[in-house]
Ligand binder design. Structure first.
Ligand SMILES: NC(=O)c1ccc[n+]([C@@H]2O[C@H](COP(=O)([O-])OP(=O)(O)OC[C@H]3O[C@@H](n4cnc5c(N)ncnc54)[C@H](O)[C@@H]3O)[C@@H](O)[C@H]2O)c1
Length: 255
């Protein structure tokens, strides 16, 4: 795909991995919509990057706002890339806690809602928007979802997050198969640990805790490394229906 002739929508585009993706794609000449709820950071980025980068306040769970953001992207250039990189946290809990109390069902639903339902919502609306555009030699485009290595080896307390990310992994192939006739590819990236604002701590502290357990390179991932993979997936038409781990060979231990 020639991404310099396309537009992209990046959910969580004002967050860590999303922002890096916005920067990467904008540098490659793609028009980009930052679809996020963080108005302050989103507008800052829009101003800094200028050109064909727009911030559109978007809630991945709200159809109208997702459709409005997709429409803005499509006005800038044909929409060919949708990246789901939104995130957040609501704590962790064991299935049965120390005092015998069952895990919070609300917390479980919160994770599934944001990470799995939100991703599917943007995927379905994004694919429908792409389907209305003319195909070129590379088809109509690609949707890149963000899973996690916790989809495969979730840690203690992570049932909710792991289940949601496992859902993102699970829908990758059937979604790619569904969209074959429309010429739309679906891929997922499963990152290990990347230093982003999600960690809510200084880099040094995060590196000590998270980076030290990564075999090689023995450090946390840099968001630009995730973003470079997004660009490659967009440009390489033969990647479809697969989940790519990017984790320095890290395999999470139980804790
Ligand atoms: N950072 C890591 O190490 C890592 C590892 C594995 C997977 N991931 C996944 O990558 C994604 C991004 O993670 P991050 O570290 O960049 O997070 P982050 O917290 O830095 O950014 C998340 C962004 O999503 C936005 N957001 C939250 N709710 C939203 C909603 N309803 N609609 C639109 N935007 C919303 C936030 O405002 C924020 O800007 C997440 O899905 C996360 O699970 C991250």
């Amino acid at each position: 795909m020639d991404i310099s002739k396309a537009s992209a929508l990046v959910t969580g585009g004002a967050g860590g991995l999303g922002e890096a993706t916005v920067r990467q794609l904008a540098k490659a000449g793609t028009a980009v919509v930052i679809a996020d709820l963080n108005d302050e950071r989103g507008k800052e980025l829009e101003t800094e990057l200028g050109g064909s980068v727009r911030y559109v306040r978007t809630d991945v769970l709200d159809d109208d706002s997702v459709n409005a953001a997709l429409a803005v992207a499509n006005e800038l250039a044909p929409l060919r890339i949708v990246v789901n990189a939104h995130g957040g946290g609501a704590g962790a809990s064991r299935v049965v806690g120390r005092d015998g109390e069952p895990a919070s069902f609300e917390q479980f639903q919160w994770y599934v809602n944001l990470f799995l339902n939100g991703t599917f919502n943007v995927l379905r609306l994004g694919a429908a928007a792409m389907a209305r555009n003319e195909a070129d030699d590379s088809g109509r485009g690609v949707i890149v979802n963000t899973a996690s290595i916790a989809a495969f080896e979730g840690q203690i307390g992570q049932t909710a997050y792991s289940a949601a990310k496992g859902g993102v992994v699970g829908l990758t192939l059937p979604a790619a198969r569904d969209l074959t006739k429309l010429g739309i590819r679906v891929m997922a990236i499963a990152p290990g640990t990347f230093f982003t604002p999600a960690f809510q701590m200084e880099r040094e502290e995060a590196e000590k805790h998270w980076g030290s357990t990564v075999p090689f390179p023995n450090r946390m991932g840099s968001p630009s490394e995730y973003a470079a993979l997004v660009q490659h997936i967009a440009e390489n038409d033969y990647l479809n229906g697969e989940v790519i781990r990017i984790d320095g060979a890290l395999r999470f231990q139980p804790k």
